[in-house]
Design a protein around this ligand. Structure first.
Ligand code: FMN
Length: 372
């Protein structure tokens, strides 16, 4: 299973693991896959701390994921991050903030301590992602950078490639492929609608082969709904050069989520992972709860666009995270449909080992069907 992309990255197994947790990044890379740290929620300074920690805990390559959406409010405005945040703040109707506050109060979620103020404008604009990329490029073992929600600007692609690293981007429709190829990306991640986090409308089984065909010879990673080595075998059989996974790392031993959050995932069925714009403004797959349903009602405010909606919900993310035990009914729990198969907490090494064994079993099974 050592694909061309594995060789270029110097990894043993074609298992790519997206996670916000540095412990999981290091554990996956140490187990022969490659961990990719989601940077969107970190300031450049915090990201530096996280990457320095990972550097100390693995000798293996790892990656960083940033978010520069193709479309967002304020795009193209020639402003620095503070000025952009100020302008965006003025675009938020007061009733959105009031509605979010009321939802938390109605569910008894405590206020944050007065000295704790959440960052509202995260790394999902070009101006806020820029410093994250500079930070990532200072770390030798960061061998790949991926971008979510669109084609990264060409000058960023070139800058990353000029350092000898690979750069790729997610893609939820074959329509996104030409733009990605034009920008000269080294690889494309085809994520089916089943996936956790921001996701499109086309199922993995239909999307992967279309993207693989359209992108040839650019390598494609298959994402969305993968939890087993059997699925990995299917993805590689279709021509993918690896699997890009996210949800399954939310419940591993090394993941630092609150026990109540992990329990919400362990208890959920696949049908409960729905697409909702209620946290970030773009369709994002997450556990359905009172929060997602409240924003969908006819008599409540409609979610704003990205990044405005998150500026409304940032405080709710911090409060529900901090007081996880009291807030699961209104918490932000992004996850894919594969949540229905996530029933046990296991260490990362075991998850990878099992996937590799299942992959080999799947190949044996297929070979057993060949005529003697
Ligand atoms: C909790 C969570 C947060 C995510 N955040 C991001 C993100 O910030 N950037 C990104 O490129 N992908 C993000 N994703 C999507 C993953 O990179 C990956 O494509 C997806 O999880 C694959 O589908 P799966 O969840 O079925 O494994 C996120 C996924 C999850 C589960």
């Amino acid at each position: 299973m050592r694909t061309e992309l594995c060789k270029r990255l110097g990894i043993e197994f074609p298992i790519f693991a997206f996670t916000h947790c540095r412990d999981v990044v290091a554990a996956v890379s140490n187990a022969g896959g490659i961990g990719v740290l989601g940077a969107v929620g970190f300031s450049a300074e915090q990201l530096e701390i996280e990457l320095a920690w990972i550097d100390e805990h693995t000798d293996k390559p790892y990656g960083v994921d940033i978010v520069i959406p193709g479309k967002y409010e304020g795009k193209g405005a020639d402003l620095d991050a503070d000025a952009l945040e100020e302008r965006l703040r003025g675009m938020i109707p007061p009733e959105h903030r009031e509605f979010a506050k009321k939802l938390l109060a109605d569910h008894g979620v405590p206020e944050l301590p007065p000295d704790e103020k959440p960052r509202e404008l995260l790394g999902w604009t070009a101006v806020t992602a820029g410093p994250q990329i500079e930070t990532a490029l200072r770390h030798e073992k960061v061998r790949l950078i991926a971008n979510a929600l669109g084609t990264p600007p060409v000058e960023i692609v070139k800058e990353i490639q000029s350092t000898g690293r690979l750069v790729g981007a997610l893609c939820g429709s074959p329509r996104h492929v030409p733009g990605h190829l034009e920008a000269g990306l080294d690889f494309i991640i085809a994520q089916g609608t089943e996936g956790g986090g921001h996701t499109g409308e086309i199922g993995s089984m239909v999307l992967w082969p279309q993207v693989i065909e359209a992108a040839k010879p650019t390598p494609v990673l298959a994402a969305g709904g993968i939890h087993s080595g059997r699925q990995m075998a299917a993805a590689l059989a279709m021509g993918a050069q690896g699997v890009w996974t996210g949800s399954i790392w939310l419940t591993v031993e090394e993941a630092e989520a609150a026990p109540e959050e992990k329990q919400s995932y362990l208890d959920a069925g696949s049908h409960e992972a729905v697409r909702s714009r209620s946290w970030t403004g773009k369709p994002c797959r997450m556990l359905r709860n009172d929060w997602t349903m409240a924003w969908e009602s006819a008599d409540t405010p409609d979610p704003l666009g990205m990044p405005l909606q998150f500026m409304v919900t940032a405080e709710a993310v911090s409060r529900t995270h901090r007081y996880a035990a009291k807030s699961q009914k209104v918490a932000f729990n992004p996850v894919g449909q594969v949540v229905g198969a996530m029933k046990e907490v296991k260490p990362v090494r075991e998850v990878i080992q099992t996937m590799v064994e299942e992959y080999v079993d799947a190949l044996d099974h297929l070979n057993s069907l060949m005529p003697e």
